[in-house]
Design a protein around this ligand. Structure first.
Ligand SMILES: *[C@@H]1O[C@H](CO)[C@@H](O)[C@H](O)[C@H]1NC(C)=O
Length: 187
């Protein structure tokens, strides 16, 4: 005689699946909560920070599902770093265009200098943050915010010239503002 199929044999699996689903939903909820909470606070602290920009920036980075504000702060610094490197590369690419006018070329080269200094500065800021030297970290990240402004303002000095880097500088400025806001929470 064949053993009869017992419906009870099948219960553990659906149960386990259900458990996994519920567990996942609840952790996702907790996780979303920290990014959301932190971004809400950033937005209140600094009107330059847009809540949606903040949450989507974090979500695009792996590890931001951490439930630790301190780790989120470290991620915010990495976000600036990545942004700066890609902005740097973008400017290099723009400069390869032979037809770019000489005024713009000078300004783009200035931005390249400013960005490469800022890349070093963020690295120093990361180190200070790791050591919980929040004042130093604050100074470094503020300097990065200035870099974005300096680069952008360079293009404003001549009438009729517009900055090809406005979006890049705005993103960088805002990412730095987010990092600054979290650093100032002394996580
Ligand atoms: C900089 O960060 C912003 C926000 O996360 C993103 O939308 C943008 O694509 C990044 N820019 C570069 C050049 O990586």
């Amino acid at each position: 005689m064949k053993p009869k199929f017992s419906p009870f044999m099948t219960t553990p699996l659906p149960c386990l699946l259900l458990f996994i689903i519920i567990f996942n939903i609840s952790t996702t909820f907790v996780v979303a909560d920290l990014v959301q909470k932190a971004c809400k606070k950033c937005e209140i602290d600094d009107p330059n920070i847009n809540y949606n920009f903040c949450t989507s920036s974090f979500r695009a980075h792996s590890g931001s599902d951490s439930t630790d504000l301190r780790k989120l702060g470290a991620i915010s610094l990495s976000l600036i770093q990545r942004n700066l490197s890609s902005s740097f590369e973008y400017v290099e690419k723009l400069l390869q265009n032979k037809e770019i006018d000489s005024y713009k070329r000078v300004r783009l080269n200035d931005c390249l200098d400013v960005y490469s200094d800022a890349i070093v500065t963020v690295e120093e800021g990361k180190k200070a943050y790791k050591e919980k030297h929040y004042d130093d970290a604050n100074i470094k990240v503020s300097a990065v915010m200035d870099s974005a402004r300096v680069c952008e303002d360079g293009f404003r000095e001549k009438e009729g010239v517009s900055s090809p880097l406005t979006k890049w500088n705005k993103d960088m400025f805002q990412l730095a503002a987010i990092a600054l806001s979290i650093i100032n929470m002394h996580p």
